[in-house]
Design a binder for this molecule. Structure first.
Ligand code: PEP
Ligand code: MG
Length: 316
């Protein structure tokens, strides 16, 4: 269930707009946290943490092989804490590491990264964490310390999940490392069609939220490489098959009263925001620069829906 939110008047240049659908912000680096918070966003719908590690020019494996595990944990802890501090009382969904192997290749430790023909379909996201226990354990250690320090607003989001067993296994591993998994907020990204199709199984497995990663969901649904300019004109966020997957998953989440959000680039497009609100999404997480226009599109759409409902009721 989304909390109503208000953007500060200063950020919008006029009176604050209240929306029932939460409007959240995507954050890629802690340095952007203050600017993100100044938008008045209702929380962080995606905090990418791979940049914290990529910025050090070392692979996760390097830290483990060189007994620098504490440095890895501290880097994550400090970076995530900056964002949590900028959003007191608002939820911040931190996504576990999701860098494809080719992005690690030229770093210290990169020689141990596997060579993959198609890294976007390869060893990344939850797949890597479930095999590379140490890498996952160190991320969880940073989260644990933050929860222990009282940051209850921290939620953890797993990328690239394609089967509920992956979520269940991740939860079991976290429990094994001392996390009270039933009382922390764990959710998934829906960015592989399989997870949209199987959303009910994920809901039954206990996800506390789901968020559409449309950048990937589009490429995997319509088989268009998101980084290939030869087919860029076919990369269509509003492809009926993509919208059908999103629509069905939103409805299931509503049935289970679980927050359903979007953190892919499509959520920063006001036209898409209108469609998402019409289809019942609970929150939209957009880029910093898009917050004001998304909030406005959401507010107008909600108002129109309410007016239409009232007029239909009166006409009966
Ligand atoms: C997405 O796939 O929509 C997403 C937000 O993740 P990324 O762009 O980092 O793959
Ligand atoms: Mg993605």
């Amino acid at each position: 269930p989304a909390k109503a939110g208000a953007a500060p008047a200063a950020a919008l240049g006029s009176a604050p707009i209240i929306t029932a659908t939460s409007v959240k912000v995507n954050v890629s680096i802690p340095e952007a946290a203050a600017r993100a918070a100044a938008t008045g966003a209702d929380g962080v719908g995606l905090l990418r943490i791979e940049h914290l590690i990529l910025g050090l020019n070392k692979t996760p494996g390097w830290f483990i092989a060189n007994h620098k595990e504490e440095d890895f944990v501290k880097e994550l802890y400090d970076g995530i804490k900056i964002v949590l501090d900028a959003f007191p009382g608002k939820t911040v969904w931190v996504r576990t590491l999701d860098a494809p192997t080719d992005e690690f290749r030229n770093m210290q430790g990169g020689e141990s990264e596997p060579h993959e023909h198609n890294p976007m379909l390869g060893w990344r996201g939850i797949r890597r964490d479930l095999q590379s226990f140490d890498q996952f354990r160190l991320q969880v250690e940073a989260f644990k310390r933050l929860w222990k320090a009282g940051y209850e607003n921290l939620g953890v989001m797993f990328p690239m999940v394609s089967h509920p067993d992956q979520f269940i296994r991740a939860k079991e591993m976290m429990a094994g490392w001392g996390v009270d998994v039933e009382n922390v907020t764990l959710g998934i990204m829906i960015e592989i069609p399989a997870s949209a199709i199987m959303i009910e199984d994920f809901l039954q497995a206990g996800i506390k939220f789901a968020s559409f990663g449309t950048n990937d969901l589009i490429q995997y649904t319509i088989a268009i490489d998101r980084n290939n300019e030869n087919v860029a004109d076919m990369y269509n966020p509003q492809h009926p098959a993509v919208l059908a997957l999103i629509h069905a998953a939103i409805q299931k989440c509503r049935e289970y009263n679980v927050e359903c959000s979007i953190c892919g680039q499509a959520g920063s497009d006001p036209k898409m925001a209108v469609w998402l609100v019409e289809h019942g999404i609970t929150s939209i997480s957009a880029n910093i620069d898009a917050i004001a226009k998304i909030r406005e599109a959401v507010a107008k759409t909600e108002k129109r829906i309410i007016l239409e409902a009232a007029r239909n009721r009166d006409a009966q």
